[in-house]
Ligand binder design. Structure first.
Ligand SMILES: [Zn+2]
Length: 61
């Protein structure tokens, strides 16, 4: 079974892991109610998806 030819140095390991930090969740403001929501997802508070489509709490459904 192949093994690594050289030991990974601490600096090389740290440089590799510099990209692994957890990023804060991206949000956009709902154009319908103004609440923060995840992009490309229905609004959690009003259900707005796009003009003409609202999947909960709408009076025209
Ligand atoms: Zn909303």
């Amino acid at each position: 079974m192949p093994v690594p030819a050289f030991r990974t140095s601490p600096a090389r390991k740290r440089k590799r892991r510099s990209h692994l930090a957890i990023q804060p969740e991206k949000t956009v403001l709902c154009p319908n109610c103004g609440a923060a929501r995840r992009p490309h997802a229905a609004c959690a508070s009003c259900g707005y998806v796009r003009p003409g489509l609202q999947i909960k709490g709408s009076e025209d459904v």
